[in-house]
Design a protein. Structure first.
Length: 300
């Protein structure tokens, strides 16, 4: 275990040593929250208000708080996944600059080497996303704060699940890559496409029925819905406190993807947690077996 921890610390130090990569990783959440607040806030607001009957009046603070919670939940859902591809660059760098050749002739097993990569990816991703979460909390406080301590802790738990999910996924995808250009290309594709397929840029409820059904088979759908449920829990609690009609609240939950449906059945929060844990386990097992491939196969 000491060897694994030493490798993890070595990879973490390399991440901090590369000022360009560190700055880019830290800057990404800041850019995302600015872009989300600038371009997506109106889309989210229109989607929310469309589910409110004309005869019911909701305060601007509650509307702004709902939109801000949905926006920040979507941002964290994307950031927790995409950042892992950025901080997982060490695995590819070691292959590109020949460092892996030194590891291969050392008495350290390959399993420990790749576990060190994985753990450093998790640690560095959690650090970057913790910064993003602090910025999100500041934005929520400004726009409309309805969360309590339990809600914040649940969101932190969701972030850990999403980072583990993203780390296993990025580790599998990064394993066969041998140049930084390849990883940059993969990172660009993931950054551009993941937000759409997970329902972060636009609620999946706005998609066609066929696409909704197809996306219901992806764990990313439930990852986004999970963090939305906990980020918006205080908002729905406030709506119940003000005795808004249950039908309206449920319509809003449906519109904001808080009630994802799989084969006609609504997936509960506990089931979403189970799906994410199961996905992490499956991807973790896949990553383990992938690392057992001969080095030559892994490079092709």
């Amino acid at each position: 275990m000491r060897t694994v921890l030493a490798l993890m610390n070595r990879n973490r130090k390399l991440f901090f040593k590369d000022k360009g990569m560190l700055f880019t990783s830290m800057l990404t959440p800041v850019i995302l929250i600015v872009l989300y607040a600038t371009f997506l806030a109106k889309v989210f607001r229109d989607s929310f208000t469309s589910a409110i009957p004309d005869m019911i009046k909701i305060s601007d603070k509650l509307i702004n708080g709902t939109v801000a919670a949905q926006l920040t939940a979507s941002l964290m859902a994307v950031s927790c996944i995409t950042v892992t591809f950025c901080v997982n660059l060490t695995m590819v760098q070691d292959k590109a600059n020949g460092t892996r050749k030194d590891f291969n002739v050392s008495p350290v097993g390959r399993g420990k080497i790749y576990l060190g990569y994985f753990l450093s990816t998790v640690a560095n991703s959690l650090m970057v996303n913790a910064l993003a979460f602090v910025l999100c909390l500041g934005y929520l406080f400004k726009m409309g704060w309805y969360m309590n301590a339990a809600d914040v802790l649940w969101v932190l738990f969701d972030m850990i699940l999403l980072v583990l999910f993203g780390s296993t996924l990025s580790s599998i995808i990064s394993f066969p890559l041998t140049t930084q250009g390849q990883l940059s290309a993969v990172g660009t594709i993931v950054s551009a496409g993941y937000g759409f397929i997970c329902g972060a840029y636009m609620p999946i409820s706005n998609f066609g029925s066929s696409l909704q059904k197809a996306l219901s088979y992806l764990p990313s759908t439930y990852a986004t819905s999970l963090i939305k449920n906990h980020m918006l829990h205080g908002v729905f609690r406030e709506m119940e406190r003000k005795h808004y009609p249950d039908e309206m609240v449920e319509a809003i939950r449906d519109t904001l993807d808080c009630n994802p449906v799989f084969h006609g059945n609504v997936v509960s929060v506990n089931q979403m947690i189970g799906i994410m844990m199961g996905s992490i386990a499956v991807f973790g097992i896949i990553y383990y077996f992938v690392t057992l491939l001969p080095e030559g196969e892994g490079r092709r």
